[in-house]
Design a protein around this ligand. Structure first.
Ligand code: ATP
Length: 511
């Protein structure tokens, strides 16, 4: 077996997400359903903040981008025009013995070469350690077969590159034995349904595999409402569905997920590379503002020969996930392919009239496309941290903290009366809660020792904690009356702040 190795950091994140109500397996009481997830009370808040920040920065704060919410099920012709019915295929490989199915581009193999002769093959599924695993397998192979000579370093290739004569010799990652893997076959990833009472071919429809086509199909309608002038963009947030062959790595790749996409239309004579770069930089900066350290981000330019024929260039912003560096956000320069296809299939012209140059043309498009779930996972991974903090008695103990950027954190402020059996403290704490609640998410907690209450909030990433104590009530005189202790999650530093100044202090920090 060459299953990817268990990842201790991922295990901790998955378990924290379940324990604290961020993410649950869908339909868990029935044994779960692979590739589907539910988001619990804190998960929905976190996702809402991701969406709201993106929407605010992408649409509301700009003059050149408008929003759209198109339907999930569209006319089936949309998917013919977009190429999804004919071409939305991932090559898959079946293992005839284990009945497992793999994506060909995630299954790696390499010949074992000793003294320049191929003596066998090794294989492994994509992970951070694929190459090392395969090297180890090759060494084991050499020892087991007692072959003398010099073993060459293995050169992993993905299964889409396997020659037909190599396929029977490549061991299945499920069984470790050769002979059971099928050649890669195209597998359409669209989820199909029926619309209306009939269940025949004429009723077939699809759950959208991306939100982008809504923007192309409604391009004319939006231009005709007259609010936009090129260059301009149309943005949409919504669910997409793909029948992924191998959903995995928690919420990284699921079958139901949510996308945030924007189509930025530019003139056919404009410099597409300049706009492409502009949007790559915009996305990177946005991720940093969402709390992802710039050092964990990188860029991958798709090689020219692997691009679709219409694509001028695609760059992925990559994130260092615990299971390897993987695509987070794709920024594609798609030329005028999509609009031209819809013009062809619908018979409706998809042109833009430039009233200054008095010229009609089909605009080109730059598309930044990202998944809410994937950003959520990247944020959780980069925020997860274990450090040391003093307990009630000042003894150091380890603590788990999610260092969310305040603008993304599900709860912004936790409010604690020092003691729950002192009505004056409770009353004052509730008054502070009511003061802040119209402006931010707050959590009121009076249960347990104060240190424990801090710890509970650290673990869910609440950036600020407010304690209402006897000083607040004025027991140490007027100077401290109506002040509270404000604790910072990351530095654990505490300062005394006037209740009347709380809003003014906190609001800029959480934007
Ligand atoms: P892959 O090659 O990994 O399947 P893709 O390149 O086909 O992905 P796009 O079609 O470019 O992905 O989708 C845009 C974005 O949507 C991705 O960058 C990712 O953030 C998100 N995304 C795509 N597929 C999934 C999925 N199955 N689960 C979660 N998010 C996804």
């Amino acid at each position: 077996m060459t299953e990817p190795k268990e990842n201790p950091l991922m295990e901790k994140i998955v378990s924290l997400c379940k324990r604290r109500g961020f993410i649950f397996q869908s339909s868990e009481i029935y044994g779960g359903i692979n590739g589907f997830w539910d988001y619990g009370p804190l998960g929905v808040e976190l996702r809402k903040n991701i969406r709201d920040c993106w929407w605010n920065d992408m649409v509301r704060q700009r003059d050149d981008i408008v929003g759209l919410e198109s339907s999930i099920i569209m006319h089936p012709k949309v998917w013919e025009a977009s190429g999804h019915i004919g071409g939305f295929n991932d090559p898959m490989v079946d293992c005839k013995v284990s009945k497992q199915r793999f994506r060909a581009d995630q299954l790696f193999f390499a010949p074992v070469i000793i003294d320049r002769k191929i003596v066998g093959y090794v294989s492994a599924l994509e992970s951070e350690t694929t190459a090392a695993e395969m090297q180890e397998q090759a060494e084991k192979f050499k020892r087991k077969k007692a072959i003398q000579g010099k073993l060459e370093p293995v050169q992993p290739r993905d299964f889409t590159e396997a020659k037909s004569e190599e396929i029977p010799l490549i061991p299945s990652p499920a069984t470790g034995e050769p002979g059971s893997l099928t050649p890669p076959r195209a597998f359409n990833m669209m989820l199909q349904t029926y619309v209306g009472a009939l269940r025949d071919e004429s009723a077939v429809a699809y759950l959208r595999p991306e939100t982008a086509q809504g923007m192309f199909v409604d391009f004319k309608a939006i231009v005709d409402t007259g609010r936009v002038k090129i260059p301009f963009g149309i943005a949409q947030v919504g669910k997409s569905f793909r029948n992924e062959i191998t959903p995995r790595n928690f919420i990284f790749r699921s079958r139901e997920f949510e996308q945030m996409e924007m189509e930025y239309f530019i003139s056919d004579e404009d410099d597409w590379a300049k706009w492409h770069r502009y949007w790559i930089d915009w996305c990177r900066e946005w991720l940093v503002k969402a709390g992802i350290p710039a050092a964990q981000l990188s860029e991958y330019n798709h090689p020219k020969e692997k691009l679709s024929h219409y694509s001028k260039g695609t760059t992925d912003i990559m994130f260092q996930f615990p299971f390897g560096v993987q695509e987070l956000w794709g920024i594609a320069a798609r030329g005028n392919f999509d609009l031209s296809q819809h013009a062809k299939f619908s018979g409706e012209p998809m042109e833009y009239f430039d009233d200054v140059a008095k010229r009609k043309y089909v605009p080109h498009v730059i598309e930044p496309a990202v998944g809410v779930d994937r950003i959520m996972l990247a944020i959780l991974c980069s925020a997860y941290c274990e450090d040391q903090a003093p307990d009630e008695k000042g003894k150091m103990e380890s603590r788990v903290v999610l260092k969310f950027a305040p603008r993304i954190a599900p709860i912004k402020v936790a409010i604690f009366p020092l003691l729950k059996n002192k009505p004056e403290l409770v009353e004052k704490a509730k008054a502070v809660r009511d003061l802040l609640r119209p402006h931010m998410t707050v959590f009121y907690d009076e249960a347990g020792a104060i240190g424990r209450r801090y710890r509970r909030q650290d673990e869910i990433g609440t950036p600020f904690g407010l304690t209402i104590d006897f000083d607040t009530l004025g027991e140490k005189g007027d100077e401290l009356k109506d002040t509270v202790t404000l604790r910072d999650r990351d530095t654990m530093k505490q300062e005394r702040v006037k209740i009347s100044e709380l809003l003014q202090l906190l609001l800029p920090k959480i934007r």
